[in-house]
Design a protein around this ligand. Structure first.
Ligand code: G6P
Ligand code: MG
Length: 215
């Protein structure tokens, strides 16, 4: 087999949690009179909670103490946790389950590589957890995408090498991370905003496992 494993980002690839992050940041922003736009939310995809708050405060031109930031990070996550507490399998994005089944049937290993510290709970709520042989999330890494750490740890957990692996990503930071780690990468979304991927697809309805051999 040309490749042995597939590594998936979570938010925006397997489930659409960007909408919940957006709502939670908008709720928090009210405290310092800031309304996050959809374009700005796009820039928060793939980056950690701490970096997201720093970007938001920069856009809002608001100086905050570390103590205040810690409180806001906690509050944002509490709002987010409330929003995702209602998630269920119907929120798995189109084509994902069929693709995962094809991968499993053909003997590919499957891992998660996400910046989210809430990945475990989302995988449980949606029932996706059973598909993964390794889960690397925001609790297991020290460096955020575009650093390749999260994917390299996934590769290691599967006892593979980067050249054996294909990453699926919806964020530019994630595509850059996969490339920096020496992996092939399939971008999920639009070629108008994602650059440097080996292939771009609108959704998992637009790819078959046999297409991976062409990467
Ligand atoms: C994903 C999302 C980001 C989010 C990050 C951390 O990468 O795309 O928008 O900031 O996870 O999520 P967390 O659940 O730990 O706040
Ligand atoms: Mg993502």
């Amino acid at each position: 087999m040309k490749y042995k494993a597939c590594l998936f980002d979570l938010d925006g690839v397997l489930v659409d949690t960007a909408i919940y992050h957006f709502q939670a940041w908008r709720t928090l922003g009210k405290q310092f009179d800031f309304e996050l736009s959809h374009e700005q939310n796009e820039e928060l995809k793939g980056i950690s909670r701490v970096e997201s708050l720093d970007k938001i405060l920069h856009w809002a031109q608001f100086q905050a103490t570390q103590e205040q930031k810690d409180i806001w990070l906690k509050e944002k996550n509490e709002t987010y946790l409330e929003l995702i507490s209602h998630m269920n399998p119907s929120e798995i994005l189109p084509g994902v389950l069929t693709f995962l089944k094809q991968l499993k049937d053909q003997g590919y290993l499957i891992a998660l590589g996400s910046a989210s510290k809430n990945a475990q709970i989302i995988l449980e709520k949606t029932g996706l957890i059973t598909w993964f042989q390794a889960i690397i999330d925001g609790n297991k890494v020290t460096k955020s995408k575009p650093d390749p750490e999260v994917f390299l740890k996934g590769v290691e957990a599967l006892a593979c090498s980067p050249a054996d692996c294909i990453v699926f990503e919806d964020a530019q930071a994630g595509i850059d991370a996969a490339k920096a780690g020496g992996m092939k990468v399939v971008g999920i979304g639009s070629s108008a905003i994602l650059f440097g991927a080996d292939k771009i697809i609108p959704s998992f309805n637009d790819i078959q496992v046999s297409d991976l051999l062409l990467l």
